[in-house]
Design a protein around this ligand. Sequence first.
Ligand SMILES: NC(=O)c1ccc[n+]([C@@H]2O[C@H](COP(=O)([O-])OP(=O)(O)OC[C@H]3O[C@@H](n4cnc5c(N)ncnc54)[C@H](O)[C@@H]3O)[C@@H](O)[C@H]2O)c1
Length: 244
Amino acid sequence: MTFIGKCALVTGAAGGIGAAIVESLRAQGARVAVADKVVSDIDAEAYLPGDLLDPQYCDELPQRAMKSLGGLDIVINNAGVITRGAVTGTTDADWKLSMGVNVEAPFRICRSAIPLMAETGGGAIVNTASCWGGKAPGPNHALYCMTKAAIASLTQCMGMDHAHQGIRINAVCPNEVNTPMLRSGFEKRGFDPDRAIAELGKSVPIGHVAEPQEVSDVILFLASDAARYMCGALVEVNGGKPVS
Ligand SMILES: NC(=O)c1ccc[n+]([C@@H]2O[C@H](COP(=O)([O-])OP(=O)(O)OC[C@H]3O[C@@H](n4cnc5c(N)ncnc54)[C@H](O)[C@@H]3O)[C@@H](O)[C@H]2O)c1
């Protein structure tokens, strides 16, 4: 895979998987615009910080990335938040946050990016769903699973609807990944994250919980010309562990 001459926008770039995506894209020649609400010291060609809960920020992000980089060939909608619990334990604030970051933001970014990409000869968008929701729900995370099902469905629809414009839209569906999202969950429940992740790894047939790079490699594949015939696919990255 090579991304020489390609311009990419990555959301959630300060997070575990996001930082791996940015580093790999740049290592393979892409120029990258990074978007996140937290400031990080990650190297990039353009910095577009902001809050994905702000509709205007999302609507303008693709155009701003294009302007900063001199083009826009790849969009990686990677940012996400997790809310735990059954529906009965879910607050209005949980709803707004989860729907806003996991569904509305990628919807708005895709809606703005697609016409720009179509005008300049096409491109690739990779959304981040989850094994939980993208393929099947897991227990006690009703809202999270629903948002991931929504982005998975949107990806399938957009994959069909925009292939004729030379825009390929696919999603990655990871199972557990060793990032702050997973680790903070263990911490909140009073577990040592290193130990908990080692223990959880025993439940994965391949023998360990995914590292961010193991997911970002698949995202880069979907963004690359090697995936040139893939449109609307939901690609599970699960180390052989099905959602049960
Ligand atoms: N870690 C896992 O086990 C796992 C499993 C399946 C899917 N995923 C998905 O992978 C993606 C990346 O997750 P991660 O594990 O790297 O998580 P992470 O928490 O390490 O990173 C998420 C990033 O998104 C950013 N973000 C969150 N809300 C934002 C907002 N309102 N505005 C701007 N930026 C915002 C955060 O600042 C953070 O840098 C997410 O979509 C997540 O749902 C993760």
